[in-house]
Write a protein that binds this ligand. Structure first.
Ligand code: NAD
Length: 492
């Protein structure tokens, strides 16, 4: 059995938190490891801090050399990484390859950013004064990630962070340690070759190791991706120390299908939003809000597609949907279905079953639930391919329903009416709002993130890089005469 070290750079930890990672595909053991303890986390953060002092002096355009060599080495190791993601997370090949592509895309973006990290100039009210903003790196950025995108989400954070002159300490998910270790070996090797061996470090373990990273006084920023419960804990700990935080938490994403929508387009897009990554994307569709005139037609088409979904070992090219990540996730799915059947005024239109005939009980059917009377559980994210379906008449009611949950990550509408589309874009309270494409499947060019309990963080494209830097407002008086603002004439 492969044993993964507690940290990179390697330090010996107390052997207290033991983890055995098994594959969600068949229950086979993948690796074992001990979680990094507080002392190890401290030593790793200190090493990363010392490297930050070196790296932050490298002019941003010179940082391109390292990013380029990392890009090439990821490309060379693509098959190894895809294999890890499939075995550990249970993704089909197409999606695992897409995840590596996302890492490469963000590096491309960062390479451009190295020459365009800009500050703005502002007019001063004082004569012969020059006002501008500049941006400085923060120091050590702690990055905590969820299991479902073990390479991509870390990449959004880490490559932006180093582009901005920071160093990074990663606490990957305890459910995807081998992928993280394999990825880290590639990064460490490239960083070492260029003389910055501790620029990107890692501490392995579960929530306790994550907490040590959050509370370590060398981390200037914590970027945490995961459940709302985790984010709430991290946010409170960071607030105590006025530490910067980027939170990317759970979603409860809705798609509205208006009566004038192109139904085939809507069904095809929503199909991936329901089935993709076995419903374990933060942007997966959790709710379908369908106009009453198209409800039946949409459902007929969707159910026909769902009947054709091949569920099984994701390494088989015919398979479209792999397992859920763990027994606990499948049990949660089963409990929710049981509750829906027995305690609510709802109807299971399709699915609802855990599948037999596999070595583990992690395989579930994609499931559609027609909600007649809403119930509290709809406010929670069930991290599985389970979708609540609603009927509406008035578009304003549909938007109100879209906004009625505590989370605010992704939202979408299908319509051929500009008026309806823009009413929705103005009305959705989510960080992401799409027209005629699904909630799921973001590009790196835009800022990614959501509002309300999703945490308010923004990562990846647009000006998200500013979250990894501190702003400095500067005034230069070049005229040789002291002048006060607001016309204050103070006797000198
Ligand atoms: P999780 O919250 O169980 O774990 C996420 C990470 O946080 C893990 O590394 C875990 O060890 C760590 N952690 C847990 N509790 C902690 C604590 N108290 N202090 C510090 N670290 C802690 O989530 P998960 O099951 O791995 O992932 C699924 C969740 O992630 C879903 O809610 C999903 O919507 C969310 N997610 C959100 C985004 C986004 O961008 N908004 C992206 C991916 C996943």
């Amino acid at each position: 059995m492969q044993t993964i070290p507690e940290s990179i750079p390697q330090f010996e930890s107390e052997k207290k938190y033991h983890y055995i990672k098994t594959s969600p595909i068949d229950g086979e053991v993948v690796c074992e490891f001990y979680g990094a303890d507080e002392n190890t986390v401290s030593r790793v953060c200190e090493a990363a801090y010392q490297e930050f002092l070196n790296w932050s002096k490298v002019p941003p355009p010179k940082r391109i050399d390292l990013l380029t060599s990392i890009y090439n080495s990821i490309l060379n190791a693509k098959e190894e990484l895809v294999d890890c993601i499939q075995t550990e997370v249970g993704k089909i090949r197409e999606e695992a390859v897409g995840e590596i592509q996302e890492a490469l895309d963000i590096i491309n973006f960062c390479i451009g950013l190295c020459r365009t990290l800009e500050g703005r100039i502002f007019p001063s009210e004082r004569i012969n004064h020059f006002m501008f903003e500049q941006w400085h790196p923060l120091g050590v950025c702690g990055v905590i990630t969820a299991f479902n995108f073990p390479v991509a989400v870390f990449s959004w954070n880490a490559f932006l962070a180093i582009t901005c002159g920071n160093s990074v300490v990663w606490k990957p998910s305890e459910l995807a340690p081998k992928t993280a270790y394999t990825f880290m070996k590639i990064l460490k090797n490239e960083c070492e070759k260029q003389g910055f061996g501790n620029l990107i470090c890692a501490v392995f373990g579960g929530p306790e190791t994550g907490s040590f990273l959050v509370e370590n006084n060398r981390t200037a920023l914590i970027s945490a991706t995961g459940s709302v419960r985790m984010g709430s804990d991290v946010a409170q700990k960071c607030a105590k120390n006025f530490k910067k935080v980027i939170l990317e938490l759970g979603g409860n994403n809705a798609v509205i299908v208006h009566k004038d929508a192109n139904l085939d387009l809507a069904v095809n897009a929503c199909f991936f939003g329901i089935v993709g990554t076995s419903g374990q994307r933060c942007t997966s569709i959790r709710r379908l809000i369908l106009h009453k005139d198209v409800f039946e037609q949409f459902m007929d088409k969707m159910i026909r597609k769902l009947e054709g979904v091949v569920i099984g070992d994701p390494r088989d090219p015919k398979v479209m949907m792999g397992p859920l990540i763990s027994d606990a996730a499948a049990l949660r799915f089963e409990e929710v279905v049981h509750f829906i059947k027995n305690c609510t005024d709802s109807e299971i239109l399709y699915g609802g079953k855990l599948l037999d005939g596999f070595p583990v009980r992690n395989y579930v059917q994609p499931t559609l639930v027609k909600v007649n009377t809403p119930f509290d559980l709809i406010n929670n994210e069930t991290f599985a391919p389970l979708v609540y379906c609603f009927e509406y008449e008035d578009i304003n009611d549909a938007i109100t329903l879209n906004n009625s949950v505590p989370q605010g990550l992704s939202s979408a509408i299908f319509t051929d009416s500009l008026q309806v589309a823009f009413t929705f874009l103005g009305g959705s309270d989510c960080g992401l709002a799409n027209v005629n494409t699904s909630t799921s499947g973001a590009e790196i060019g835009l800022a990614f993130g959501g509002e309300k309990q999703t945490g308010g963080g923004r990562e990846a494209g647009s000006d998200s890089w500013k979250n990894y830097m501190r702003r400095q407002s500067c005034v230069v008086n070049w005229g040789g005469i002291f002048t006060l603002s607001q016309n204050i004439n103070f006797p000198s």
